[in-house]
Design a protein around this ligand. Structure first.
Ligand SMILES: Nc1ncnc2c1ncn2[C@@H]1O[C@H](COP(=O)(O)OP(=O)(O)O)[C@@H](O)[C@H]1O
Ligand SMILES: Cc1cn([C@H]2C[C@H](O)[C@@H](COP(=O)(O)OP(=O)(O)O)O2)c(=O)[nH]c1=O
Length: 215
């Protein structure tokens, strides 16, 4: 297993962005060349898609899914693949697992439909490692809503979904981690920021060590 493409996943407010930034700083301090990015919104096209995705009212489920897939297709071709090709470690805030969790489990959309579209969008590119920040949905939403309040913003369209939607998303990530135990590593995100980062260091170090054993 290579360890160059790492994704961060989890429910709203799980700490993905905070941990991704800490992980990037740490990897850079070890001498790795790192690029950070996110979905939706990792390219110029994607920034427009992100606004439509988070801000539209009355968005149809299939339209929502295809916006996400258009974002991903552009992101993979324009940013992720070239960065990997240049030898960067790419840390990405959300990727395909979010679609299976939110649109699959949350919205109840057809799994096969998502898989087929995702295969087209990613051209088969899967993460080498996925860090699943496992946090109780209610706690995550509390954190996310506090953050929105501090920034004097109302939560986005997804954050405002009803609690049962978010619970389904949480179940989705749990089931995905069972389905892909080699790739998806669970991180206990209930502890403080430093302790969560320490867990991530251990998992990423193990992944990097495995890679160097194979080269
Ligand atoms: N381990 C933690 N304990 C308490 N608060 C945290 C922790 N990690 C992040 N936060 C806070 O929770 C909020 C959401 O964190 P963020 O990293 O943006 O999560 P996400 O990207 O998963 O939505 C922020 O205000 C952040 O400072
Ligand atoms: C990538 C992706 C994101 N999303 C949602 C999850 C988030 O609510 C939103 C992205 O917002 P973002 O601010 O990146 O999430 P967070 O606040 O958790 O860091 O998009 C999907 O529904 N499906 C997807 O495939």
């Amino acid at each position: 297993m290579s360890c160059q493409f790492i994704t961060f996943e989890g429910v709203e407010g799980a700490g993905k962005t905070t941990q991704l930034n800490l992980c990037a700083d740490w990897l850079r301090s070890l001498g790795h060349r790192v690029r950070i990015t996110r979905e939706p919104g990792g390219t110029e096209l994607g920034q427009g898609i992100r606004q439509l995705f988070l801000g539209s009212t009355g968005l149809d489920d299939r339209a929502e899914l295809m916006l996400l897939m258009a974002d991903r297709a552009q992101h993979v071709q324009e940013f992720i693949k070239p960065s990997l090709g240049e030898g960067f470690v790419v840390l990405c805030d959300r990727y395909s697992d979010s679609t299976f969790a939110y649109q699959g489990y949350g919205r109840g959309m057809d799994w096969q439909l998502i898989s087929s579209l995702n295969q087209i969008a990613t051209a088969g590119l899967e993460p080498d490692l996925t860090l699943w920040l496992d946090l109780d949905v209610d706690l995550g939403l509390t954190r996310a809503r506090q953050q929105s309040q501090q920034q004097a913003m109302s939560g986005d369209r997804i954050e405002q979904e009803k609690i049962e939607f978010h619970r389904q998303v949480g179940r989705g990530f749990r089931n995905l981690s069972k389905q892909y135990p080699q790739r998806i590593k669970r991180i206990n995100a209930t502890t403080d920021i430093v302790a969560v980062h320490a867990q991530i260091r251990r998992v990423v170090t193990a992944c990097l060590d495995q890679m160097s054993l194979k080269t």
